[in-house]
Structures are given as structure tokens and as C-alpha cells.
Design a binder for this molecule. Sequence first.
Ligand code: TXA
Ligand code: MG
Length: 319
Amino acid sequence: MNRRKATPASIIKAAALLRAGGIVAFPTETVYGLGADGLNPEACARIFEIKGRPRFDPLILHECSAARARKLFSRVPKPALKLMKRFWPGPLTLVLPKARAIPDIVTAGLPTVAVRVPANPHALALIKAARRPIAAPSANRFGALSPTSAAHVKNQLGGGPDLIIDGGRTRIGVESTIITFARGRPVLLRPGGLPLEEIEKIAGPAVRPGKAEGEAPPAPGCLKKHYAPLARLRIIAPGQKVKGGARAGYLAFSKRPAGRFRAVRVLSRRGDLREAAAGLFAALHKLESSGARLIYAERVPAHGLGRAIMDRLRRASAK
Ligand code: TXA
Ligand code: MG
């Protein structure tokens, strides 16, 4: 059994494993991460094997303070500094020119590195005790639904990680927002747990990838098909009439649908986007394991966390 509750003792054990080149799945405030020593290329290589992830998709480094995280970059533009001060620890990943010490396998050979400071006490304690940056993608199989509980990790990766630290359900429920900079302006590489509106208040209006002069390509890992449940997923308007039945699942935003379905999940009865994001992957995992062949998913308002929810639903629905 490689799953243990998050306690001071299990965190110390996990940190020792990481220092010795082991792989530890751990909770963050967004989703569970599959962690390795970010300065150890062989350990990082195991992450790709366990996930079945292509090597061209770079990893995020996790640090336990903004001061330490900053050292992983060789250059930090002013507005990025403001974002760090305001939002770390939190669900924000910054992509900036990398420091020399960072191995190529972490960045997939790119001149930039993705870094964040997670707002989860177990994650912070683990990174601190490991005394090094921890490389961690989401702890799912490549292309599958992201894990928001230790059970999700166990179901997908089994005995792959040396240890799974169980810190309960993750609070935010969708991955971090990824931001880079082009000519001093923020560029959104992936919508996520920190609403873009909040970022723009601090760093000014964002440009879309590829639209900026100085061109930032989209995140290499932001493939069209990603975060996919095993069933087919179709996005519909709230309340839209659809053919239900024993083979169909339904993911509602705030109201239960009329008609019969194999399984129904309502993301937030009060129509709250934060609550909806927090329960999104758990709901999709449930609908998937109900045996439904087709999942209808209602569109949600595309502002705040709704942007991240719609991004994940669109990827899940891509064929
Ligand atoms: O919330 C999160 O960000 C979670 C938790 C565990 O921290 N991590 C996560 O990692 O979602 P992952 O590997 O599933 O997604 C990281 C994304 C990938 O799409 C990758 O391509 C992109 O970040 N990325 C990493 N380094 C990059 C870089 N240098 N330039 C552009 N994109 C990068
Ligand atoms: Mg992922």
C-alpha cells in the first residue's frame, strides 16, 4: 500500500523519498501533482514513464516561497514580480526565462521554465523538507481526467508512485492559470484556478498566445484533446432538450435536468463558478465510472473560473 494520510511523519518520509530520486504524488490546492526532484533528470524521467507522457511536454517546478521560486528564473519582468507578490502561494504558474541549473528534461529543451508556489500546507511542508524545487505535472495518466483526490491518483497510477500523500479533496479543483510575458504584457497560456480578471488588475490587459508581437506559442501541453473522460462528451446549452436514457450521463451547472439519465451531477446549486470548478473533475470521474457512454455537459458562463471550466470541457469534448 503506497497511500498514506498527510501527517508530519508521512511528509518527512515523502521528502526523503524525493531526495533519493523517488516519485511522490501529493495534494496541491488545484489538483494532485506527481512529484520528483526537479534538479534530478533521472527522477524527472520517471514522471514521464509513469504518466505515459510525451517528453516534449515540459513540467512545472514547485517551490515553497516566492523568494526561492524567483531564483529559478534568469530574468523577471516587473509585472511578473507584481503577480508573484500578489498571488503566491496560489494557483498561478509563471513561464519565464530559466536559470542555468534547471535540467533540459524539465523544460523539454525550452529556454523558459514554468514555476509556481502552491497554496496547500502539505505541499509547502513537503517542498520545504525536500529542500529543492519539485517538478510535478498533474498526477493522472497522460490525456486522462485530472485527479482531485488521492483515490483518483490511486485508480489511475496504482503502484507507479513510490508514495501517495492523501490530503483529502483539493480546494480549487482545476489546474493553475499559466501566464507568460511578451514585451511586458501578460499572455494567457492556460486558463485555470486564478481568474484572468484578477491577473489583469495587477499586470494589465492580457494578450492571447500568438497575437502578441514577440509571439508566445501556446503551452506545448495544451493539446486540443486533453483532460478526456473515457466516454464521449458533448457540450450543450443549459436546459437544452437532449435524448436521455440508460447510456447517457449529465453534467449540469446549477439545475437538475428533466428526463432520465444513467447518472447526473450538478456542479453548483447556487450557480457559483468557484464551487463548480472545485467539483468539476470529481463529477466527471463519477460520470465516467457510472458506465455512461455519452456525457452531456452544460455550458457555464465564460468569466472568472468559468473560463477554466469551459477550457477543460472543450478539451474533453474534442475528438
Ligand atoms: O495546477 C497545476 O498547475 C498542476 C499542479 C500539480 O501544480 N500541475 C499541472 O501540470 O497542471 P501539468 O504538467 O499537467 O501542466 C503543465 C502545463 C503543460 O501544459 C505544459 O506544457 C505547460 O504547463 N508548460 C510547462 N513548462 C512550460 C514552458 N516552459 N512554456 C510553456 N508551457 C509550459
Ligand atoms: Mg495535466
